[in-house]
Design a protein around this ligand. Structure first.
Ligand SMILES: [Zn+2]
Length: 68
């Protein structure tokens, strides 16, 4: 967890692991179906929101223990 300098709120580390739904839950995708999920950075997921997935996922480094 880190403190967001803009809001002062605690949030996950920006590069920590998050699970992205390829088809967003808001568009009928399942967050529990493995084929509909992929690993992403927390910050990438937060920035993308429910936007469409036009670009292929970039390669991700393995999450470091101190980021989890
Ligand atoms: Zn990323």
């Amino acid at each position: 967890m880190v403190t967001d300098p803009r809001t002062g709120k605690r949030r996950p580390h920006p590069m920590s692991l998050a699970i992205d739904e390829i088809v967003p839950v808001s568009q009928g995708g399942s967050p529990f179906e493995f084929a509909n999920t992929r690993p992403t950075h927390w910050i990438c997921n937060a920035r993308r929101g429910d936007g469409t997935r036009k670009s292929a996922p970039t390669s991700l480094p393995l999450p470091q223990p101190w980021e989890l």
